[in-house]
Design a protein around this ligand. Sequence first.
Ligand SMILES: C[S@@+](CC[C@H](N)C(=O)[O-])C[C@H]1O[C@@H](n2cnc3c(N)ncnc32)[C@H](O)[C@@H]1O
Length: 206
Amino acid sequence: MEKQEIRTFGRRHGKKLSARQNGLVENLLPTLKPASGDILEIGFGAGEHVRDLARANPEKIIVGAEPFMNGVASLLSAITDEKTNRVMDEYKNIRIWADDVRDFLRTTDSKFEQIWVLHPDPWPKARHEKRRLLSADFLNLLSKYLTNNGEIIIGTDHWEYFDWILEQIKSTNLTATIPNMEIIQTRYQHKNKAGTTAPKYLILTN
Ligand SMILES: C[S@@+](CC[C@H](N)C(=O)[O-])C[C@H]1O[C@@H](n2cnc3c(N)ncnc32)[C@H](O)[C@@H]1O
């Protein structure tokens, strides 16, 4: 029997979606299902950074994975024209997997130049630690989906999780560098629940 995967995310549904959002989820979302891509963002939240990636890399296909439907609906609203509900030109390269990224990875043989994970759920209680997404096993899995010079780029303001990830990396073949970088503020970063002064970033390569 296949091993049951531990759930790494919290709720899938929050407050009721608007009528426009419901329409987008029903009609547009199925047309944006990814088959392959060049850049992957895991757990995009409301999708601010996915949109940034799409604008910065118009020639690349950006795949975003997120099981929280309110986040998916926020991204769908933000990439479409309010009157026509059509995807705006600058976001035509976005594809959305509205579920656990591990299920997407099982369906694709894509290799990604970049895999972004921004503010993964920190699961701070010791009894929830097994829910942390960026375990050695998962990082090993991601490493198989990188192009030759591909990078896994991680950002978190939860410094204890950051140190935990560094420990996990020791059980992988990945090489870590700690870059000095700044990117747009996502919704979760804005909340800064960890109360730290800034996010820390990691770049992992094969
Ligand atoms: C703390 S939130 C951060 C969201 C966003 N990156 C930001 O910075 O605002 C972490 C997100 O990761 C998503 N997530 C957790 N496990 C995931 C998985 N296995 N596949 C895809 N997304 C996942 C959660 O649903 C949640 O929205």
